[in-house]
Design a protein around this ligand. Sequence first.
Ligand code: SF4
Ligand code: SF4
Length: 447
Amino acid sequence: MAMTAIPGLKRLWRGVHVPEFKDATNRLPIRRMPFPPMLIVPLSQHAGAPAVVIVREGQEVVRGEPIARAGGFVSVPMHSPATGRIERIGLAPTARGPLAPAIYVKPYAAASQEVLYGEPQDIENMTPEQIVKAVQETGVVGLGGAAFPTHVKLKVPEGKTIDTVVVNGCECEPYLTTDHRVMVEHPGEVLHGARIAMKAVGAARAVVGVEDNKMDAVEALRRANTDSSGISIEAVPAKYPQGAEKLLVKVLLGREIPSGGLPADVGLAVFNVATLAQIGDLLPRRQGLIERVVTISGPGVSRPGNYLMALGTPLGFALEQAGCSAAAASVILGGPMMGAAAASLDVPVTKGVTGIVVFTHQAANGNARIFPCIHCAECVNVCPLHLNPSRLGMLARKGRYEEMEATLHLNDCFECGCCSYVCPSHIPLVQYFRVAKQMNRERKART
Ligand code: SF4
Ligand code: SF4
């Protein structure tokens, strides 16, 4: 039986209402994409140490077979997305531009999408430590975009206690509907993954937070939540950027994660719905992560939808399948608020890619001209973390990056883009903040 609503559910006061553009894909069933002629599996598609190659060029592999092992505790293995041959081990393009080590897998022409590797395992009798290890073996990372290894989040830090697992089903970015479709079509896997997470961290309850623009997902989860396992499904008012974990836990539970702190500091562990759906699906079969659902949408796409595609599929192939128009001028990985432009169409889809949004020339160049700050304070009013983006922007323009971190909490900024979105002077504040953080990181690495 489903638990009842949490009394005193809060709402997100700051943030912005952005046009959603989700209608093009949110009612379409997930479609499977064929294999491309070549799959490119980067060794570093997650936070932490890169994976270490365990195959050689020319070797035959089957779909789901491990091809790289984890490079440490904060790292995950890679599995072959198709049955085929290791064509090459070498450098490959990445979303941000520089080349990085990768394994090229050439699928056999007749390769089916059946997974040929794995065996059943008994999760019920596993200890929390065994679950953490088994989850690492799946190679699952945060599929909401962060790509942080999930098993690391399942290991409770020394001296901390987790009482609640928070499941993030907000998906507040415009255009993206991958989590939405996963919740509608695979609610059982989401809930099974949530129960595994509860067992691993020792939490008695889980709360799934879903924005109220996805009531079919709320209903699907509530229908599937039949075993009185301590899981409740909560609809929260839709507002960007509610999917940020700090904001969601405040709205759902009234708890505040301290500046520079983690959810574990306030007794919580937070996971994205698609991540838990993969855990719920893969763990009982001891299989690895080899595919994910990706939203392909935007004005430059004629067949928008949610595509289940092999990891390593090059963007160019994926866009061809989705009918990318010749007028496409800009390809964004992730949503338009927090995503980044892809450096090339040879870049492969990796574990953290939630969506591919294609803009036409006109849409991509909407806000080109930048004007001086008029001190209207619009950016201050919308910042969900109560930062001062106007002052941060002023310091960024002067190159005073250290001061931004030391006195104005630059590192608390999670780059939601609300400040840039409302700025009437079109000042690219969030881009300034990304540069400032990068400069501070590089300075620290030098000292
Ligand atoms: S300062 Fe950072 S957190 Fe605040 S609105 Fe801007 S991008 Fe978002
Ligand atoms: S919204 Fe733009 S113009 Fe207004 S205070 Fe902020 S930076 Fe200045």
